[in-house]
Design a binder for this molecule. Structure first.
Ligand SMILES: NC(=O)c1ncn([C@@H]2O[C@H](COP(=O)(O)O)[C@@H](O)[C@H]2O)c1NC=O
Length: 513
């Protein structure tokens, strides 16, 4: 299919002069709207003004410029349909074989802090999408170009064969419909916000772009790919930079997310080691190396093959410690050059940096169920000592308070039913994903062993019975943090008081399913 006439009407004029010049060199006649025409003519490229084709001026501040049968007939005519070609002849409509359009910058306009509804509305492109959709529908005969990144490939095809291949025209059409769909979705979302339709939209049009295909999914027999929000703010795991190591696996990505989530809870240097999305060890310290050492010591057996999350720049001392065992991946805000030298000695270890997600980012937590999704706010509420209530006769000591806060911050990230035992700025035992709470406590306490004597215990949800308190005290726990709210709270409090331990209620639950 030879390209004889091209209509170019672009808001983003990047690369357009060079592209149009090349088209002109191949003998393509170029038609353009006012601004584009000006840009091209100033560059010395011959251009036919769209008004000279339509016989009509651009009117109403450009709201109507290409919405005309001379344009749309030229784009939509089926070139091998005698009725269509007869109509072209009868009405003196000439074919348009290529449409190069990018749209009024609606998304950029509404991103401006002082944007008015009027500005937004004026930036809704009408003529552009009409031409794009027409050209995409008629891709058998017409090439549609919405993405400036395609300019080079188009010129390459013209250089090689003087035409655009049928396969490429279809791919361009598909890209074009994605483009207009995204554009309209953005407008609908914006208008929904103006109408204050509530926090949860009636219809969701999320736009994700593929980051990479993965070797496999959760298991080798499952195929998988990784996507990120196309118009996100650039934070979080989907925007992490991989500095070194093997390609991330599906499970690595999930675990890296978990690791970064935990260490993001802490203001002081913190480290977490993740296995199957649960933290087998978490530590805090004055330095990152100290925090990592505590996280590792918490459960050295499970740490093997784990994913490490750190909330400070990784220094050489920490890097040396990490490189002592096999670790799958490390995520941190940054690495010093020395740390990178040490860690990259290991060929396979994946090293990632990412911007943590701020608590105030209005992002939904989304969970997939068959046939739908569940949306909720992210669980970002910070634990403040002032919000907590001492319910026992004995209040926690200062040290107990510190360890209780550590355990509480960690238990939030452990699969429910969850129990965390902690002392000396590290977790000692983690009971994750159990079907009853006392079972989770038994696992965490067994793992802590003798170290549970004088340690503290956190529970992600209330105790339905006093049995967990009794089990904890028997193992040597001296203070407990839990949400409270059970009908049998009084029995748990009595159990704590009888045995002289401290207990605090947070009034907030941290289930994680
Ligand atoms: N109204 C129309 O008929 C119309 N035809 C093309 N446009 C848009 O006008 C823009 C280019 O305008 P200019 O060449 O004047 O800078 C493009 O983003 C194109 O999508 C139109 N503008 C908006 O709807």
């Amino acid at each position: 299919m030879k390209i004889k006439r091209a209509l170019i009407s672009v808001s983003d004029k990047a690369g357009i002069v060079e592209f149009a010049r090349q088209l002109a060199n191949y003998g393509v006649e170029i038609i353009s709207t006012g601004g584009t025409m000006k840009t091209l003519r100033e560059a010395g490229i011959p251009v036919t003004y769209v008004s000279d084709v339509t016989g009509f001026p651009e009117i109403m501040d450009g709201r109507v410029k290409t919405l005309n049968p001379y344009i749309h007939g030229g784009i939509l005519a089926l070139r091998d349909n005698p009725e269509h070609t007869a109509a072209m002849e009868r009405h003196n409509i000439k074919g348009i074989d290529m449409v190069v359009v990018n749209l009024y910058p609606f998304r950029q306009t509404i991103a401006k802090p002082d944007v008015t509804l009027g500005d937004a509305i004026e930036n809704i492109d009408i003529g552009g999408p009409a031409m794009i959709r027409a050209a995409a529908k008629n891709f058998q005969y017409v090439a549609v170009v919405v993405n400036p990144e395609r300019y080079t490939e188009i010129i390459d095809q013209l250089a090689a064969k003087q035409e655009i291949s049928a396969e490429f025209r279809m791919a361009l059409a598909q890209e074009a419909y994605h483009h207009t769909a995204e554009y309209d979705a953005c407008i609908a979302q914006y208008l929904g916000k103006q109408l204050d339709n509530g926090q949860f939209p009636e219809t969701m049009h999320a736009v994700y772009e593929k980051v990479q295909e993965l070797r496999y999914g959760e298991n080798p027999h499952q195929q998988a790919a990784f996507y990120r929000e196309k118009y996100g703010d650039g934070f979080g795991i989907a925007n992490a930079k991989q500095l070194h190591g093997k390609e991330l696996s599906f499970n690595n990505i999930v675990d890296v997310e978990a690791a970064y989530g935990i260490v993001g809870e802490f203001k002081q240097p913190a480290a977490a080691i993740i296995k199957h999305t649960n933290p087998c060890g978490t530590g805090i310290g004055k330095t990152l190396a100290e925090a990592y050492g505590k996280a590792y010591e918490a459960d050295p057996v499970s740490a093997y093959g784990g994913i490490v999350g750190l909330n400070r720049e990784v220094d050489a001392i920490t890097a040396e410690e990490i490189s002592k065992i096999f670790i799958e991946a490390v995520i941190a805000p940054s690495f010093t050059p020395e740390a990178l030298t040490i860690l990259t000695r290991k060929q396979n270890i994946r090293l990632l940096t990412a911007d943590a997600v701020d608590a105030d980012v209005a992002e939904f937590d989304i969970k997939k169920v068959s046939g739908g999704i569940l949306l909720q706010d992210r669980d970002t509420r910070d634990a403040e000592i002032e919000d907590m209530k001492v319910v026992t006769k004995r209040p926690p000591t200062q040290t107990e308070w510190e360890q209780l806060m550590l355990a509480w911050r960690v238990v939030k990230h452990v699969k429910s039913n969850a129990i965390v035992v902690a002392a000396n700025n590290q977790t000692l035992g983690v009971g994750a994903g159990q079907m009853n709470r006392v079972g989770a406590a038994a696992i965490a306490l067994a793992q802590a062993g003798e170290k549970a004597r004088g340690a503290v215990l956190a529970s992600d949800a209330f105790f339905p019975f006093r049995d967990t308190v009794d089990t904890a005290v028997t193992a040597g726990i001296t203070a407990i943090i839990q949400p409270g709210g059970s009908v049998k709270d009084a029995e748990s409090i009595q159990a704590a008081d009888e045995q002289g331990i401290a207990m605090i209620f947070t009034g907030m639950r941290h289930f994680k399913h």
